[in-house]
Design a protein around this ligand. Structure first.
Ligand code: OOG
Ligand code: MG
Length: 255
């Protein structure tokens, strides 16, 4: 059966706009494969661009074992980040704009040079990186109960909703991303701890994987490399912070 790509892109876009969830696409389309799922993601993202939004970078998801176990998925996926998803650290987040938001701590890369996709490595990623930043990603799956298969999540732009970036750019030679320690706190309590190596063995390897998948990255792209630990539900929370050894601290306040 052919998959109605445009129709499913509209279906997910409507769910997001109307702040409601829908059943997983695979229930009705069990033969939805990964390539077609990326087509749905692209179609929906192109609609955002046509409406005046702008591509600012990418996200890699399910790149840590903790996330893969939490979501029952075994391989990384990627999604696109747009300017409308950017949330300033200084501004309290209004949860009424979201359905069932969860937050995770990530390491972000800002590219200073174009990066060739073909044989990207940790070394070539670091060479093309202008700096690293601490990040918090707010996920809000468009699926009922935040449950999905890999093609579902890909079609849904990897659950992307908002991204908060720290304000201090750390040059790549000033931090060993795989040894970077992270403490995630919610309302003052430690909820998760990890080192950067939790993400693909090295967060830069996550970026290299992405560069191969999307056929190269551009100077100015921001890439969030994936949650270091399982995510934390945001409802009933007032403040969530991630504190890193060298990247510093990033804080999200809930309105
Ligand atoms: C899919 C996206 C996962 C990450 O950093 O692992 C992700 C999801 O778990 O909703 O963004
Ligand atoms: Mg993430």
């Amino acid at each position: 059966m052919t998959i109605p790509v445009n129709e499913l892109a509209d279906h997910l876009a409507a769910a997001e706009e109307e702040r409601r969830t829908v059943p997983q696409l695979v229930h009705e389309h069990p033969d939805l494969d990964l390539d077609t799922a990326y087509d749905i993601q692209t179609t929906r993202f192109d609609q955002r661009l046509a409406a005046g939004d702008r591509l600012v970078g990418y996200k890699v998801g399910l790149s840590s074992r903790a996330k893969q176990v939490a979501m029952g998925v075994h391989e990384p996926i990627y999604g696109r980040l747009s300017r409308a998803m950017w949330h300033p650290e200084e501004e309290p987040l209004d949860l009424s704009t979201l359905v069932h938001p969860i937050v995770e701590a990530e390491i972000a890369f800002l590219l200073g040079d174009d990066l060739d996709g073909d044989d990207a490595t940790v070394a070539s990623v670091l060479a093309a990186t202008e700096g690293l930043l601490p990040a918090l990603e707010i996920l809000d799956s468009r699926y009922d109960n935040f449950k999905f298969t890999m093609p579902d999540a890909i079609a849904d732009n990897a659950s992307a909703a908002r991204v908060v970036l720290g304000g201090r750019l750390i040059p790549p030679d000033r931090v060993d991303a795989q040894l970077e320690g992270m403490v995630l706190r919610a309302d003052g309590q430690v909820v998760h701890t990890a080192a950067g190596a939790a993400v693909s063995g090295h967060p830069a390897l996550s970026v290299a994987w992405l560069a191969q998948k999307v056929g190269g990255l551009k100077a100015g792209d921001v890439v969030i490399s994936g949650g270091l630990t399982a995510a934390v539900p945001l409802r009933e929370r007032r403040v969530v912070s991630a504190e890193y050894t060298n990247l510093g601290r990033i804080v999200l306040t809930i309105a």
